[in-house]
Ligand binder design. Structure first.
Ligand code: FE2
Length: 251
């Protein structure tokens, strides 16, 4: 949808692909310890959406700050920059037919290059980077495309099993055209051996679904002597839907 016009995107005319629920990890995955307490113990109830959930907001590029899509500089002191491997992350937000979805607000947050979040509850011994905040946002263009610049996040240990490490990852929130349309997922990096050892990732039974959450190194988009590039498409629904943490049961 062109955010400027406020009109809706082109009508859905293709076949509707029912979501394959076996694609999504079960809510109860005992290897991922906190899922034991978090998973529903009773049958789910379904409520209709209220008007405030369906209506608005409309995001426009005017609401974005100049450095919102540049985590290397958006928290840095003047003349300084974040420490780490400089990368560009780019891709498209696609519907079930592979058509780009414009006007989608994408927010992203991540640990710094040492694997430490700027959060009071993160006590990992890796140091904070005074020039790295770790979050940003952008809005998809007419073709559903987006891009931002950051440093590659480090892996970090987490209190699950005795020695569990999260692979390097970036968290994504994708905000559609109603307050009930927020989807959340994580992006991993091609070639990271920790992906296949992570209990959260292993909650996803389908290897292809995990691979779809793994950004590929994109040498075409690399900036020589400056930044590597990774390509990550987000598919909102259908057979090739990305796995979303907050929609484990399907829509
Ligand atoms: Fe994380």
């Amino acid at each position: 949808m062109p955010a400027e016009s406020g009109s809706n995107r082109r009508p859905e005319t293709g076949a509707f692909f029912q979501r394959d629920r076996t694609w999504h990890p079960p809510a109860l995955t005992p290897g991922y310890k906190s899922s034991v307490l978090r998973s529903p113990q009773k049958a789910l109830l379904s409520f209709d959406n209220t008007l405030s959930e369906i209506a608005g907001p409309v995001f426009g590029h005017a609401m974005l700050g100049e450095l919102d899509a540049d985590l290397i500089y958006n928290f840095a002191k003047p003349g300084e920059s974040a420490i780490g491997e400089r990368i560009i992350v780019h891709g498209r937000v696609l519907d079930e037919r592979g058509v780009g979805v414009p006007g989608v607000l994408i927010e992203f947050w991540q640990a710094n290059a040492g694997g430490r979040y700027r959060h009071k509850k993160d006590g990992y011994l890796a140091p904070l980077d005074p020039n790295f905040g770790g979050c940003g946002r952008t809005i998809t263009g007419q073709d559903g495309g987006y891009a931002f610049r950051t440093v590659k996040p480090g892996p970090y240990p987490w209190p699950n099993g005795p020695n569990d490490w999260r692979p390097a990852h970036i968290h994504f929130s994708v905000f559609g055209h109603g307050f009930a349309q927020r989807l959340i997922t994580q992006m991993y990096f091609e070639g990271d051996p920790l992906i296949w050892k992570c209990p959260i990732v292993r909650g996803i039974a389908d290897k292809a679904a995990i691979e779809a959450l793994t950004a590929s190194l994109d040498t075409q988009a690399t900036i020589p002597m400056d930044a590597l590039a990774y390509k990550f498409d987000i598919v909102l629904r259908g057979r090739r839907s990305s796995v979303f943490e907050n929609r484990l049961e399907g829509n």
